[in-house]
Structure formats: C-alpha cells, structure tokens
Design a protein around this ligand. Structure first.
Ligand code: SF4
Length: 116
C-alpha cells in the first residue's frame, strides 16, 4: 500500500514544483534570448543585407505589395520570436520590418510569409 500524502503536503509539493518549473523556464528563456542576440547580424551585415534588398527591389521595378498582403505579412511578424520591435533579427536579415514587408521582392527568411 502506498504512502498517503496529506492535502497540505501535496499543496507544498505542487508549489515547490511550480517554482522549480518557473525557474527552469526562466533559465531556458535567458538562454534563448542570449542565443538570439548572439545570432543577430551586426551593423556591417545589416548594411550588406539592406543593400542587397534594395538592389532586389530596384530590379523588381520597385513594386510594393497590396495593403492586405502587407497586413498579412506584418501580422505574421507580430507573432514571430525573431521580431524585435520594428526589426527582423534573423541572421540573414536585420531589416526594418515595415520596409521589408512592403517590398514585393522581399520574403521572410524563415519562409513564414505566404507566397505572392
Ligand atoms: S520576416 Fe520572418 S523571420 Fe523576420 S520577423 Fe517576420 S516572420 Fe519573423
């Protein structure tokens, strides 16, 4: 026959486990944030990516997406872990999301945007 646990002891165990899980989750989040910061492109890489994106935009006839397409793209970015404010922090990007989402020639480096 198993040992009986009093409701008070069960509550204490559960509380202890919750705190452990919360602490563990914080540690995981810290590791993830540090990794994201480490993987972010530096200023020189960002400038290179912007130049390449601008060249693609000009070669594409400077076409922009429709308002609906822009809203769809930005709503996907809003849910993305790689968005930092108005910037995409993907290692292959680092661009302003408004400009990136508006330009027809651009695509999400993670392939999250619908094809146009
Ligand atoms: S462009 Fe893609 S990777 Fe970058 S923030 Fe938007 S959804 Fe995320």
């Amino acid at each position: 026959m198993g040992r009986r646990i009093s409701p008070l002891a069960a509550r204490k165990m559960f509380r202890g486990r919750s705190l452990f899980m919360i602490r563990n989750q914080k540690t995981l989040n810290m590791g993830r944030e540090e990794k994201m910061q480490k993987d972010q492109p530096n200023i020189v890489e960002k400038a290179k990516h912007l130049l390449k994106a601008t060249a693609r935009h000009v070669a594409d006839g400077m076409k922009e997406v429709s308002k609906n397409q822009l809203d769809t793209r930005l709503s996907i970015c809003n849910e993305c872990d790689l968005r930092d404010g108005r910037t995409c922090t993907h290692p292959e990007c680092g661009c302003s999301l408004i400009r990136k989402a508006l330009w027809h020639s651009e695509d999400c480096p993670e392939g999250k945007w619908p094809k146009i």
